[in-house]
Design a protein around this ligand. Structure first.
Ligand SMILES: *[C@@H]1O[C@H](CO)[C@@H](O)[C@H](O)[C@H]1NC(C)=O
Ligand SMILES: *[C@@H]1O[C@H](CO)[C@@H](O)[C@H](O)[C@H]1NC(C)=O
Ligand SMILES: *[C@@H]1O[C@H](CO)[C@@H](O)[C@H](O)[C@H]1NC(C)=O
Ligand SMILES: *[C@@H]1O[C@H](CO)[C@@H](O)[C@H](O)[C@H]1NC(C)=O
Length: 895
């Protein structure tokens, strides 16, 4: 530190590159990236952490992250001093034998542990020589499951330190089109919401989360150790009322997503079996009552229901099922109010009685459901788990599903899970927490609306299929089947779904199979689903059958390099260090109590302290998306995307058709009304090569505005007098370009000049060129150069300058990734999203922007704020109308 100060005073230079880092710890995570790519609901996430040992001695450096429980880790690598250490997935037993030493030392075994409701913790460490760096890279994969009408991608961000270069990039591609996308989770609240930008372009969506170092310390649940929370990307896809999407790879694997929504609900017969044993006393029984009262209110009038409570005995509200009339519900609610804890737990008796009630009430064209809620092991009556399972299986005899809700940590979850699986249901944990009633209701909502029963998925000419029979299909869920097309012959491959909707048999057959270019993906989805289902099957079997299933699951886990309960990741380390063997914790097995934090103390730089990482509330908030975009319509002639030759704009089919043609092969899901397709093609920009097109997102509409700025103007990008910061940029004078140069003024005499080749810091008369590979610090501003972008951060502002190239010309494109919380900034990057109304559509369109009415044309613009620069449909307006001010206000005389 002192040395840096001396240099600055003596030479007025900024040599404080490395020394000014806040070295709270003696090791420094200088970069932490999370990159998630979701294609057809299959998410592949890579976490990359780069750490430097700033000490004069060797240091054990830790990598410690949390990933969703449902995911399989598929890769782990470390780069130390130019050397790659690649983790290997091995059969668990083999790994355990080979590395008995490491395992017996205790420290390194079982390093993946289950934490909280949805996460698992992955932890490893390595010794790094003085002043050397290490890069950790972890990849995990998961198939997102649709629940209550949405998919959720959970990303847990807890780098353990504030990180200068921290970012989360999410890219979603769904061929059917994305119907909505939101960002939720603890990290999208309050001041961090400004660090989230979201772009949605029909089939694709991007979410960026770029908090600055300052913000990582000041957000909710953040502190000196930086961020600790979730970012949850929630979305759904468009669907047609048919058999759904079938995608295949060129080598013949296929995945079928089946989620018809245009069906009439089926009335249901539901029996609730509620544990009221002594252990349910206090909050649990209270929450159960609250949840039941709500659930009863949600029953439809044509539903029938039954209610049993049990301890060592069973208690009926009514011995038989009754209709959910108001009178009956009122009676049941009174019964619920009186449920009190007492006695032992006779699960066998209770479930058999529930099954009897449903069996005694056959009703044509309805769906029967049995729901058990319990918080403990069977302690009275039949207590042998095997016998209970066989009794229950016999009583239900495949006629309806059994759902088991295990409340708290004292349940034998594996028993509940097996019993559910044997009876076409699933088990769910209910966490003993303040929101347990919401968890119970949430589960009920998932099964509240049966749409089909006895669903059979048939694939003539298909083989190696995952599960094809499903007892019920509920609104908001999705059935996914994967397999292989025999001999990869699409001609003889005939998919069909047969099911019951009320009383009638329905058949879904007509389909279009789309081919996915990235082959590996479909095959991995197939492998993922197959392994998951084999692991479930294994639970239900015993003896040689169990071994056989286990063997196949193991073989696939190894082949696809999945860390499953049957495999381990062996982390290879430099010579002389103990090997880590990482196991996936068994689902439903022992559970780290989240309140106690993880007690797995590895030596070295443990940040210490335990956190509670349960995110109990996810406040839904949409980030203000002030993103600047550009792209003259003329730029649509992008060779990389072009599939047809359009000699000039006048000959193009229509602007809109063209945009989508270039963006995707499939024209069928253009997301604005088809009438728009007849809108006139943009005529202005094709002949005005100097004009640059900017996009301005709209707050209340899905279609953004766009406007052109002509000439190589110098623009005010971002000015903040209170921060003594100004950012200006100069547009280039070639067609299809962007900015040639961007200048950041930090203080009166301190500038950072960025052009397509160089970064130069100007301090008074002194010029210092930088390669940008090391972090550049100038006043309060830090600059990091990556492959195709320059990341500029100061306080609560983060700007990313993307480097694009078109027709051999390079240009810059600035994007505000982190919008400051105050309003004291101005400039093109600081523009608020537009608010407009559509007054009239084709043939000529008219918008009302604020109070002003303007005529607009449907047009398109390339979104340069995204590396892959998609083309978005937009309303083309004048710059003055879009900016709500004269353009001159945004023009500066000097950079
Ligand atoms: C994220 O991963 C995808 C797929 O591997 C890759 O194409 C993309 O470039 C990555 N993005 C970043 C910002 O690293
Ligand atoms: C949806 O269902 C209704 C009633 O069954 C039917 O009239 C309508 O055509 C269906 N819509 C589609 C898109 O299948
Ligand atoms: C699936 O259901 C069909 C028809 O109900 C039946 O013929 C077939 O045996 C079932 N398959 C499995 C694997 O249970
Ligand atoms: C399948 O594609 C053809 C031509 O692309 C189209 O005519 C047909 O309507 C499509 N069928 C479905 C079910 O989408």
């Amino acid at each position: 530190m002192e040395r840096a100060v001396v240099y600055v005073t003596l030479f007025g230079l900024l040599l404080a590159l490395v020394t000014t880092l806040p070295i709270k710890e003696d090791w420094d995570i200088y970069s932490f990236h999370i990159n998630s790519t979701v294609t057809s609901r299959y998410a592949t996430t890579v976490i990359t952490s780069r750490v430097a040992n700033r000490m004069d001695e060797s240091k054990e450096i830790e990598f410690h992250v949390r990933i969703p429980k449902n995911a399989f880790i598929s890769k782990f690598r470390m780069f130390i001093d130019g050397q790659l250490y690649d983790g290997a997935v091995k059969a668990k037993e083999q790994a355990q034998q080979e590395y008995t030493d490491a395992v017996s030392r205790g420290q390194s075994a079982g390093i993946v542990s289950s934490v909280g409701r949805t996460l698992e913790e992955f932890k490893t460490s390595v010794t790094v020589a003085p002043h050397k760096k290490v890069t950790f890279e972890l990849t995990y994969e998961e198939l997102l499951k649709r629940r209550i009408g949405k998919y959720e991608l959970q990303i847990h961000a807890r780098p353990m330190q504030p990180v200068k270069d921290f970012k989360v990039d999410v890219y979603i591609h769904e061929k059917a089109g994305i119907s909505f996308i939101n960002v939720q989770g603890g990290l999208s609240t309050k001041n961090l919401a400004n660090a989230i930008t979201k772009t949605h372009a029909d089939k694709q969506a991007w979410v960026y989360f770029y908090p600055t170092e300052d913000q990582q310390k000041t957000c909710d649940s953040c502190g000196e150790q930086g961020m600790n929370g979730d970012l949850v990307v929630v979305y759904d896809v468009n669907r047609k009322a048919s058999i759904g999407d079938i995608k295949k790879s060129s080598d013949g694997y296929f995945v079928h997503h089946f989620a018809p929504s245009n069906l009439t609900r089926i009335s249901k017969n539901v029996v609730f079996i509620i544990d009221q044993s002594g252990s349910m006393s206090g909050r649990k029984i209270q929450q159960t009552r609250i949840a039941l009262l709500h659930i009863l209110s949600d029953l439809a009038e044509d539903d029938y229901f039954g209610l049993i409570t049990f301890d060592g005995e069973i208690f009926h509200w009514k011995r038989e099922l009754v209709q959910a009339s108001k009178e009956n519900l009122d009676g049941a609610k009174e019964f619920v109010q009186r449920i009190n804890d007492r006695g032992a737990t006779d699960i066998n008796l209770a479930v058999l009685e529930g099954a009897r009630m449903l069996n005694a009430h056959p009703r044509e064209g309805s769906a029967s459901i049995l729901i058990l809620l319990t918080d403990g092991d069977p302690t009275s009556g039949v207590t042998n788990l095997g016998r209970i399972k066989s009794n229950v299986k016999e009583a239900i005899a495949g006629k309806f599903p059994l759902y088991c809700l295990g409340f708290g940590y004292d349940v034998n979850f594996e028993f509940l899970k097996t019993m559910s699986l044997q009876n076409d249901g699933v088990a769910r944990r209910i966490y003993d927490d303040s929101d347990a009633d919401l968890q119970l209701r949430g589960f009920y909502v998932e099964v509240a609306t049966p749409l089909l029963t006895d669903v059979t998925m048939i694939y003539l000419g298909g083989t190696n299929l995952t599960q094809t029979n499903f007892s019920q299909y509920y609104d908001g869920s999705e059935i996914v089947v994967a397999g292989q097309i025999t001999d990869n012959n699409v001609e003889t491959f005939i998919p069909q779904v047969v099911a019951l909707s009320r009383n009638s048999k329905v058949t879904f057959s007509e389909t279009n199979i789309t081919e996915i270019v990235s082959d590996d993906l479909i095959q991995r989805v197939w492998a993922y689903l197959t392994v998951k289902q084999l692991l479930e099957k294994e639970l239900q079997l015993s003896g040689p059958e169990k071994d056989k299933v286990k063997e196949v699951a193991l073989e696939l886990s190894l082949k696809y390099s999945f860390v499953t309960p049957l495999t381990s990741m062996v982390v290879t380390k430099p010579p002389g260090e103990s090997t880590d063997v990482l196991h996936k914790p068994k689902e439903g097995g022992t559970h780290t109590n989240p309140q106690r934090g993880s007690g797995l103390g590895l030596a070295g730089g443990s940040a210490g302290g335990s956190h509670s990482f349960l995110t109990t509330s996810a406040i839904i908030q949409q980030a203000p998306s002030i993103v600047m975009h550009s792209g003259a319509a003329g730029r649509l002639h992008d060779d990389s995307h072009r599939r047809k030759i359009y000699p000039d704009f006048g000959m193009m089919p229509t602007a809109v058709e063209m945009f989508y043609e270039m963006e995707d092969d499939d024209l069928s899901t253009v997301h604005f009304p088809p009438t728009i397709v007849t809108a006139t093609a943009p005529t202005t920009t094709a002949t005005a090569p100097l004009s640059h097109r900017f996009l301005l997102k709209a707050e209340n509409q899905s279609i953004p505005l766009c406007f052109d700025i002509t000439g190589n103007e110098r623009l005010k990008l971002l000015h903040s007098p209170s921060r003594e910061l100004s950012v200006n940029g100069e547009l280039d004078s070639v067609a299809d370009g962007g900015f040639t140069k961007i200048v950041i003024r930090v203080k009166a005499d301190l500038y950072i000049d960025i052009d397509v080749n160089n970064i130069i810091v100007r301090d008074g008369q002194t010029l210092t060129p930088h390669t940008g590979e090391e972090l550049i610090t100038a006043g309060s501003v830090t600059v990091i150069k990556r492959n195709k972008e320059v990341d500029v951060a100061t306080g609560d502002i983060r700007i990313v300058i993307l480097l694009h190239e078109r027709h051999g010309e390079k240009f810059l494109w600035p994007v505000l990734r982190q919008h400051p919380s105050d309003n004291s900034i101005e400039g093109i990057l600081a523009l608020k999203p537009a608010v407009y109304e559509e007054l009239q559509q084709t043939p000529s369109s008219r918008l009302k922007i604020n109070e002003q009415e303007v005529d607009v044309d449907r047009s398109g613009a390339v979104d340069y704020s995204i590396v892959s620069r998609p083309t978005l449909g937009c309303w083309l307006v004048s710059a003055d109308a879009a900016l709500q001010r004269p353009l001159d206000d945004f023009i500066v005389a000097q950079l």
